[in-house]
Design a protein around this ligand. Structure first.
Ligand code: HEC
Length: 329
């Protein structure tokens, strides 16, 4: 029997989950939010799922360098970049390196030892690199001092891109990333630094933040499509759709069906743009811009209703049937 398949079944990571919004109408399987799957036992799920660390990013001023960092930023948040089992589970770079930092409460059965560790040579994620040894390591803080990191991030040193390529294709079994995506990931990691960390260590997880991520991914997709780089543009569109998926799972309540339908419609528009990019037709020059513009209206409506969604700590607590220690303001 296929060992990976049997492990998959044990972990209950349904293949269908990878399809994100496509399964929105299917009966709920698994936990209500994907993030619960890699949350350490004993961690406070409401606090961990409604707040996230802030990002320590410096965007370069030069347009080409800035675009590369934006491409990397979106790819870092896109599960399909990792491919294989990780993508099917909804795991992206940001799952372990939350907001480009670390994740002290990451715990994935079969991959982690103590919370905050992962064995990236685990056969669960890879057929290539199973070294037969369960060897979980602490997840490094990519926004910490560069001197504490192992891989050189010196500009022009190919080591970082080579490391990320190995991570994706060997350790996670992902497809070879398009060159602009690989370069972008390296440039994004380089652009993270402790000096860029905002005074506020964390922020709420909300519709506005996820929609803004989706729009930034769509903007990068547009620039790549304009430059004729369709494979990389497709990764960006997948990134935008993954963000919509994270909003969708918080709007599962029956009284939010209208908002959910609007989200699905926004997702279908992106799927159609991706189809066009996969075909021979000229890339859509205005469709992504129109999508971005319309997303503002969608965002406003979703934000108005988000007090009834799982973005709202008391609603999330009630769904998970946990007690809030203190009602979050
Ligand atoms: C399952 C958790 C996990 C995921 C997903 C993950 N990483 Fe990591 N990452 C780790 C761990 C653990 C290490 C430390 C490995 C070691 O020490 O051997 C690491 C190390 C790194 C390093 C080297 C840091 C140093 O010390 O120089 C970089 C860069 C990095 N990851 C970037 C990424 C990128 C980019 C992605 C997505 C393509 C990604 N990671 C996805 C867990 C993860």
């Amino acid at each position: 029997m296929d060992r990976r398949r049997s492990r998959t079944a044990v972990l209950g990571l349904g293949l269908a989950l990878a399809a994100g919004l496509a399964v929105a109408a299917a009966p709920q399987i698994g936990p209500p939010l994907k993030g619960l799957r890699w949350l350490a036992p004993g961690a406070d799920p409401v606090a961990r799922l409604t707040r996230a660390p802030t990002e320590c990013l410096t965007l370069p001023a030069a347009p080409a360098a800035r675009l590369s960092v934006e491409i990397g930023r979106a790819a870092f948040r896109t599960p399909v970049v990792l491919g294989g089992q990780a993508a099917r589970s909804g795991v992206a770079c940001e799952t372990c390196h939350q907001s480009g930092r670390t994740n002290p409460e990451f715990h994935f059965p079969g991959v982690s030892g103590p919370p905050g560790t992962a064995d990236v040579t685990s056969s669960l994620f890879s057929t290539h690199r199973d070294n037969g040894v369960f060897d979980p390591r602490p997840i490094p803080d990519l926004s910490g001092p560069k001197a504490r990191l192992k891989i050189s991030q010196a500009p022009g040193d190919p080591a970082l891109a080579a490391f990320i390529q190995g991570l994706v294709t060997q350790e996670f079994d992902g497809p070879q990333p398009p060159p602009a995506v690989l370069q972008g990931l390296a440039d994004y990691v380089r652009a993270l630094s402790p000096e860029a960390c905002p005074a506020q260590a964390d922020r709420p997880v909300d519709v506005a933040g996820l929609m803004e991520d989706a729009r930034r991914a769509a903007t990068a997709a547009q620039a790549l499509a304009d430059a004729g780089d369709r494979p990389a543009a497709l990764v960006m569109i997948a990134g935008a759709r993954a963000r919509l998926g994270l909003i969708d799972e918080r709007f599962a309540a029956p009284d939010l069906a209208r908002q959910r339908r609007a989200l699905m419609a926004a997702d279908r528009r992106l799927a159609t743009i991706a189809e066009t990019l996969r075909g021979n037709a000229p890339p859509p020059l205005t469709a992504l811009a129109a999508w971005r513009r319309d997303s503002l209206r969608l965002e406003a409506d979703l934000t108005r209703q988000s007090g009834r969604s799982l973005f709202d700590p008391p609603h999330l607590a009630a769904t998970l049937q946990v007690r809030l220690p203190r009602q979050a303001s």
